[in-house]
Unconditional design. Structure first.
Length: 195
């Protein structure tokens, strides 16, 4: 599901752009030796973690299962359309064999039937593609929700201010100390196995 990767990449890009804009557009804060206390509330260290979206897609069992279901539905859709097209081609071949022997009224009836066949085919194709797209969006939302739910639990102690998905085109450096991909894959798969 490259679309899920693309959507998550775009979301990461947008968040990164906003963070970069806010960082570079504001005044640079003065360096402070230790935590600053305001209204008796200590300021925590600012940490950002990340996970590798490609590894997650490759190793998250629920994602792989959803991708498999999607591919089967896509294959089923393509098979149905191919069967419909074959039946129409057979009918067209029959009409071509009759060809010149058809009367004017038979020829007009064939043209109407042919137009109806095209309309039926296009309508069915559009319905199937729409159903497939809706199922894809639903699966992507479900996966995103599961990731967000996991991350809320994973970061319940508030250790990280942000957790991004790693996008090679967006990030030029990453410290592997803050890579939580392995934890995510294990946690998400454990949660999926329980269900």
């Amino acid at each position: 599901m490259k679309q899920t990767s693309t959507i998550l990449s775009v979301l990461s890009l947008i968040v990164s752009a906003v963070v970069a804009f806010l960082y570079f557009s504001g005044k640079q804060p003065a360096k402070v030796a230790g935590p600053v206390v305001t209204n008796n509330t200590p300021v925590k260290e600012f940490k950002i973690a990340y996970f590798d979206i490609d590894s997650l897609e490759t190793n998250y069992e629920y994602f792989k299962d959803q991708l498999s279901i999607f591919k089967k539905k896509e294959e089923s859709m393509n098979n149905e359309l191919a069967n419909l097209e074959r039946s129409y081609q057979k009918k067209i071949s029959e009409w071509q064999q009759k060809g010149a022997s058809m009367s004017q009224s038979e020829s007009e009836a064939v043209q109407r039937e042919y137009a109806q066949m095209q309309q039926t085919y296009q309508g069915r194709k559009q319905t199937l593609e729409q159903n497939l797209a809706e199922q894809s969006m639903s699966s992507k939302k479900e996966i995103k929700d599961k990731i967000e739910t996991f991350l809320k639990t994973y970061n319940k102690n508030g250790e990280f201010a942000y957790i991004f998905s790693y996008v090679p085109e967006m990030m030029f450096y990453r410290d592997t100390v803050y890579n939580i991909t392995t934890d995510m894959i294990k946690g998400l798969n454990d949660g999926y196995k329980k269900k």
